[in-house]
Design a protein around this ligand. Structure first.
Ligand code: ZN
Length: 240
């Protein structure tokens, strides 16, 4: 079972980059008129989501600033500040939103290329309040670009994700559930992978099975599709 954090740095960088390229490609396929259409996320249009992705790159860059200088620079000033920024960003023209996504992603990528071992290993705090090694930004950004590509609701699919991303998502999601004590009785059985009991000390009451991409999509709260659920737990616990 692949854990993202255990992959070599070059491979982790490559997952961020391929996800960014995948998302940029999806973005180019969305007509200007369709930017105001709903995304797959509650209350957000595609324009909100694209604005958020740009601000997210900048916010993760602030964690790298923190790691580099030791001066506390949080991702966002506050949850309200983050929400206001996204609401305002969503009013920008589609051309500007596309441009900002690419611009902020490029700056973030330059930061990743330049980061040294002392930056990666420094401790920073995420917007959720978790204390993490700075190299966690690589996983945080990977999750954002790959999953939000699907959230654009314009044809991106979990089936397009590299297996490493799917495997890493599965371990990440089940780790979070396990830590929180959620998902007791749930067994995730993706084809070709060892079945994962979310809380191994409890008896299995629900088995969720299907192709890896389908199981991960369900676990990430992005829909059941053609998954097979045998038992009472038909919707996944929250993840993020
Ligand atoms: Zn996000």
């Amino acid at each position: 079972m692949t854990r993202f954090a255990e992959l070599p740095l070059a491979q982790r960088l490559s997952i961020v980059r391929s996800g960014t390229a995948y998302l940029a490609q999806r973005l180019d396929g969305i007509a200007d008129d369709d930017f105001r259409e709903p995304s797959a996320l509650p209350d957000w249009t595609r324009a909100h989501l694209i604005a958020h992705l740009g601000y997210n790159a900048t916010a993760l860059g602030r964690l790298l600033d923190w790691a580099e200088t030791g001066v506390e620079t949080p991702m966002y000033s506050s949850a309200e500040g983050r929400a206001t920024e996204i609401a305002e960003g969503a009013t920008l023209e589609p051309e500007t939103l596309r441009h900002e996504f690419r611009r902020t992603a490029r700056i973030f990528d330059e930061r990743l290329s330049a980061a040294t071992e002392s930056v990666w290993s420094a401790q920073v705090r995420t917007a959720q309040g978790r204390l993490v090694r700075a190299d966690e930004v690589l996983w945080m950004r990977s999750r954002e670009v790959w999953i939000h590509a699907v959230d654009l609701a314009d044809g991106a699919r979990f089936e397009d994700f590299p297996d490493t991303v799917l495997d890493s998502l599965l371990t990440d999601i089940t780790d979070v559930w396990h830590r929180r004590g959620d998902g007791a009785g749930v067994l995730l059985a993706a084809d070709g992978r060892a079945a994962i009991p979310v809380q191994p000390e409890t008896a299995v009451t629900t088995t969720v099975s299907g192709p890896l991409a389908t199981v991960v999509r369900w676990a990430a709260g992005r829909g059941a599709g053609d998954i097979h659920i045998d038992g009472p737990q038909t919707s996944p616990p929250l993840w993020l």
